[in-house]
Design a protein around this ligand. Sequence first.
Ligand code: ATR
Length: 288
Amino acid sequence: MKPAISGWTKVLGIIGSPLSHSLSPLMHNAALDALGLDYVYVPFPVSPDRLGEAIQGLKSLGIVGFNVTIPHKSAIIPYLDRLSPEAELAGAVNTVNREGDLLVGYNTDGAGLLVSLKEDLAFEPGGAKVLILGAGGAARGTLAALGNGGAVSITVANRNREKANELIGHFAGVFNKIEFHSISLEVLLSAEHLQRFDLVINTTSVGMNNTSFNGFSGSSIKGVSASFYDMVYAPPITPFLELARLHGCRTANGLGMLAAQGEIAFSHWTGLAPPRGLMKSCLLTAVK
Ligand code: ATR
């Protein structure tokens, strides 16, 4: 059991907006409780116009560390004292650790994704051909993680193809051995077959509230042997994953990534690993 909150209790938390659906307080407090650590993890809703003030306040209040979620993952960067190489490459921070007087930004989403791909899909990025759906912040973090993981070819499909081109242009300068392609989502789903990919990963919000990609149907996926990963985890089986499953493909949702990024963040703050599997089982219970 965690000790009762007292003057010794160390404070962790998450900033974002909105936070009412965040599952991070649940899984972090469960892990703190299981290890009997005198910490508490608190949600701090912060609107974009108050981000600078909020960081200053958290620093003055002596917070030990915190997670950062939508919409602050990139906006927070100018307020931090240092970034890890992973955060620098992803252009996004999801974990901040106070180190002495400095606030240091990390990105544990990328490593969390690789852990989840391995555990949930037995997928290793080394030598793989990957298709990424979306070209926003989550896609950028995915490119960084898969590029570092040794993918040989990365295709970005986006509704707005210009954004896909900008993204691959940025990474082509970083990973010069990887073959990069872009395609409009509409063209991909109407004409292209997905046979040439080992992994298809959805980084967009399509799938939340059971929404589906326009044009994604059984004919796009027939005979495909790729694994399918959806960062959306509520509902646990999106229409995108359902279709892939029906066609016999391996599938996984983003719960494993959420748990794994949380485990790594927890270790940054406390120096300890949470009990194995605890965060994931909290999440599975919460999203049933
Ligand atoms: P995040 O940081 O979560 O990645 P974002 O930066 O706003 O969020 O990016 C959202 C991504 O989802 C974009 O790639 C967006 O496509 P566009 O660039 O064409 O807007 C994609 N997206 C959002 N809604 C979509 C939809 N209904 N169909 C297809 N793509 C969608």
